[in-house]
Design a protein around this ligand. Structure first.
Ligand code: SAM
Length: 344
């Protein structure tokens, strides 16, 4: 049995080497390493980073071996510029027998262009659990699956997390590929100097809930990254301005596409800037906000707080307003207000 496995494996290695030298080289290294460490029959269970689909050739494999060979590949696809598909993503999409796609019609042209012969199965927001069951069946039968969304990285404000969780729970391999993601693409060109960032994704659609969500983020000393749709961008920017006050906003629009724009400006000016030209409200958006400074007494925050307290505003309200006006941390200003009151 083991020798038969070895034969099939080596035969496929040769085919793969011809088709995808990079995958084959990587896998050959893994095999060499495993052969050095284990008896011959053991290496068939060693998962290489790139190999796909050889298990279906090796009918004599045990189930556990099969599970280890097939993998769910999480494959990012371009945000707009097709040249952003990585070579590895291309190779995986060409090699796997199955592609689980958020919208099979949407992804059809990309797969066709690549000459991918994979069959597709739907894995979208409304069928993730059933999709996961089907995907696990394929993996357990030794057939690898590539998971893709309409654009960018699956699972990042896109379906995919449930599928990945279920596949991992079932003990099957999940292999992530690096690649396009609107958040990191936008951040890399934002010029924001914050050491940390918090990726929030989409805010609630209703203004009340959105403002509540934003209030909870006021004191976070990290750049905040939001996704937004064109029909909500004005409302969201208005809420950002009223909750955060003085911060820097960077608007990333239509990244990697013809009308790509990356514009940085003081948050209080952002709404007028967007309204000045309807084209600025079109397309897909990443909104990035500089983080709370975390310092209440860095000058402006403390000065405004003292003015408001002197005007008789309650402590909590004064801290909130001063934070909103200056961008300083609300909690730090509140602590400062308490200690100022205690000092009399
Ligand atoms: N999974 C994707 C990723 O990795 O970025 C995100 C998918 S989410 C459904 C779509 C949102 O991502 C859009 O509404 C927009 O906020 C952002 N986005 C996607 N492509 C973009 C682009 N080319 N420019 C700016 N934002 C984009």
């Amino acid at each position: 049995m083991h020798l038969l496995c070895l034969h099939h494996y080596l035969t496929l290695k040769v085919d793969l080497a011809a088709a995808h030298p990079e995958i084959a080289r990587h896998d050959a290294q893994a095999v060499a390493l495993q052969m050095a460490r284990r008896p011959v029959f053991g290496f068939a269970a060693a998962g290489g980073g790139g190999i796909v689909g050889f298990c279906s050739h090796a009918q004599t494999m045990t189930e556990s071996m099969t599970q280890e060979c097939a993998a769910l590949y999480v494959v990012p696809t371009p945000l707009g510029n097709l040249a952003d598909l990585t070579r590895r993503a291309e190779e995986i999409l060409r090699s796997v027998p199955w592609v689980a796609a958020e919208d099979t019609r949407h992804s059809g042209p990309l797969l066709k262009q690549l000459g991918a012969r994979a069959r597709t199965l739907p894995a979208h927001q409304h069928n993730e659990n059933e999709a996961a069951v089907r995907i696990i069946e394929k993996l357990q039968a030794g057939e690898s699956v590539a998971l893709i969304s309409d654009a960018g990285t699956p699972g990042i404000s896109d379906p995919g997390a449930r599928v990945v969780a279920a596949v991992r729970e079932a003990g099957c391999r999940v292999v992530p590929l690096p690649g396009p993601c609107a958040a990191t693409t936008a951040l890399s060109a934002s010029g924001l100097l914050d050491e940390h960032f918090l990726f929030y994704g989409f805010l609630p659609a209703k203004s009340g809930q959105r403002r509540q969500a934003l209030e909870a983020l006021c004191d976070i000393p990290a750049a905040l990254v939001f996704y937004e749709a064109p029909h909500r961008v004005l409302d969201t920017v208005a809420d950002l301005a009223s909750v955060f006050g003085q911060r820097t906003l960077v608007i990333g629009r239509e990244l990697t596409k013809l009308f790509e724009t990356i514009h940085s400006l003081p948050l209080p000016e952002a709404l007028d800037w967007l309204k000045a030209d309807p084209n600025r409200q079109r397309g897909e958006f990443v909104l990035m906000l500089s983080g709370a400074s975390g310092e209440a007494d860095s000058g402006e925050g403390e000065r405004v707080l003292k003015l408001l307290l002197a005007d008789g505003l309650p402590t909590k309200q004064a801290a909130k307003l001063a934070a909103s006006i200056t961008g300083a941390s609300k909690n730090a200003l509140y602590d400062l207000a308490l200690s100022l009151k205690a000092q009399g």
